[in-house]
Design a protein around this ligand. Sequence first.
Ligand code: IMP
Ligand code: MG
Length: 189
Amino acid sequence: MDKVYIHDKVFVPFIPFEKISQIIDSVADKLNGDFCDADHDYARPSEKEDAPVLLCILHGSILFTGELLKRLNFPVELASMKLSSYVGTTSTGVVKEKAPLSTDITGKTVIVCEDIVDTGTTIVALKQKLLDKGAKDVKLCTMLLKPEVFCNRCELDYVGAEIPNRFIVGFGLDYDEYGRNLKDIYVLE
Ligand code: IMP
Ligand code: MG
């Protein structure tokens, strides 16, 4: 891992993929503990109706959701939605829905997959949106959390790891759309 240059800024190594992978293992273990049912039978039609929806918040959590999905041992339906609240390296506080929810979630349990929770503005607005759309229950799952700035206006059900209030890129996270393809996570120098 070396320094990376994105637009006008320099980022330095912060969380290597090996550590990210361990963080995702721990989130998956907790989800499997809560959602795995020894009697699950993929062939029974009712299984599909009962299955929770794993909701990938595009584009930031695309890699997190993919890595998490392959570690889950229970029937799950994958869905996506595109939201955005960041411009450059700061949150605007306004959550925009850039692409609609890809499936009907009426009566379903939705597990939201976020890359990172910063102020919490996105996740609080999103939870309300999903309940308004008829979700039976909404579980909030995030790979990373910045506890120093989190508003604490909702309970986070699954948190991979906590980080200081610094701007990061890589493993799906971007700086003005670039840096998502970095395998490891980097922090603004
Ligand atoms: P919040 O609404 O303030 O909690 O911000 C959450 C959203 O902002 C996340 O879904 C990310 O897309 C983005 N975000 C927050 N912190 C960072 C960061 O350090 N790097 C890149 N994107 C971030
Ligand atoms: Mg995001």
